[in-house]
Design a protein around this ligand. Structure first.
Ligand code: 1CP
Length: 350
């Protein structure tokens, strides 16, 4: 591995400069991404064609000195493989043709075999590893059971996912049945990505923060812990660092750190020093600038990077990132300013 800063930081080992990667670093803010997506014909085709998924994974790595690549795919490939039918239309967002609404719908679900129904993802992981040729590590990922269940029930994005919450309140046993099968699907999927060559794994619990504390523990945290534990009994995945990102769930950082994961992703509503004091040295931390900082001037971006590095302080175990994904309206040059600032300012202070 030419550059192992990211993996060292996840193990809380000293590094020469703080590693940085960006959620959604391959995406619509890059003209080269928009060109490949147009060639693919649709977002789903892009995900399902390993050569094209590999191409867009590598685009941000070619442009910026990022310290990790993330598999180009989507969390909704798993519901798609479970038979729900994913489409992503320009300007509309993801949609599932056959959402699950009844106990019978949920009883009919099975755990997909990653090397058949999700073979295109495993082929993409193998191809990306070959093309990266040791330049930077590759991150594999999946959605959390709660976040996937939100989309599986609703059939599309939502501000509140009220239909999913209503199922949790009205029929908790059925909700648990759904979360359990999705959790088992996610474990198999992540273990298969590790076997195919992913060098770190991340679980996106994007909608965990929509849940009140009791509901979060019962319907989100429990399944994140189940995933962390199950991966520990997989021969390959047990040695691969796991990052959990529960957006908006800062009230639960200690409990998330106790799941056995290697690192926690943080959104921008908590400072890195507060988070570090709360979780101690149990886990590394990944984050956490407000993505909107990329609309500010280069000077302001550098200043905010400096403040975040100072907030984390001179300790091992920081992976720099935004607190959520980069948005399509960002000028790519601003991301270059951020990445350079992370390396320069952290190297100067270490
Ligand atoms: O039109 C397009 O090109 C589609 C836009 C797009 C992109 C670039 C979607 C549809 N997905 C992706 C890629 C993607 N999705 C990655 C790629 C790797 C990277 O560079 O980071 C990853 C990790 C995801 C994960 C994902 N998909 C999440 C979790 C992370 C997060 O941002 O919170 C979620 C919630 C989704 C669902 C989804 N897929 C696409 C969109 C626009 C959304 C969000 C929909 C909503 O707001 O509910």
């Amino acid at each position: 591995m030419d550059n192992d800063r990211f993996l060292r930081a996840l193990r809380r080992e000293p590094v020469d400069a703080t590693p940085v990667w960006i959620m959604r670093q391959a995406g619509r803010y890059l003209p080269e991404y928009r060109a490949t997506r147009a060639r693919a014909g649709s977002f789903v085709n892009l995900c399902k064609t390993p050569e094209l998924a590999c191409e867009v994974t590598l685009q941000p790595i070619a442009r910026f000195p990022l310290d990790a690549a993330i598999l180009f795919s989507d969390i909704l490939t798993v519901p798609d493989a479970m038979g729900l039918g994913l489409s992503v239309d320009e300007g509309v967002g993801p949609r599932l043709a056959k959402p699950v609404r009844t106990r019978a719908d949920i009883d009919a679900l099975g755990v997909p075999d990653p090397e058949t129904e999700l073979r295109y993802v495993m082929d993409a992981v193998r191809l990306i590893r070959r093309e990266l040729n040791g330049k930077v590590p590759l991150i594999g990922f999946a959605g959390s059971p709660w976040t996937l269940a939100c989309y599986m029930i609703e059939g599309e994005g939502s501000a509140s996912f009220a239909r999913a919450k209503a199922l949790a309140w009205d029929d908790p046993a059925t909700m648990h049945k759904l979360l359990d099968i999705v959790a088992r699907a996610v474990v198999r999927y992540l273990a298969a990505q590790a076997a195919a060559g992913a060098q770190a794994l991340m679980v996106f619990d994007t909608w965990g923060g929509l849940l009140a504390p009791g509901l979060f523990r019962e319907f989100s945290l429990r399944y994140l812990a189940q995933i962390a534990q199950s991966l520990q009994s997989d021969n390959v995945a047990k040695s691969i660092p796991l990052i959990l990102f529960s957006k908006g769930a800062n009230g639960h950082l200690e409990a998330l750190a106790d799941t056995g994961c290697a690192a926690l992703g943080l959104d921008w509503t908590i400072s890195l020093d507060d988070a570090r004091v709360r979780v101690g040295t149990r886990v590394a931390l990944q984050g956490n600038l407000d993505p909107a900082v990329l609309h500010a001037s280069p000077d302001a971006i550098r200043a905010e990077v400096g403040k975040a590095l100072a907030s984390f302080g001179p300790h091992p175990g920081h992976v720099f990132n935004l607190g959520h994904g980069i948005t399509p309206d960002v000028d790519p040059e601003r991301l270059g300013v951020l990445v350079d600032a992370v390396h320069e300012l952290s190297a100067a202070s270490s």
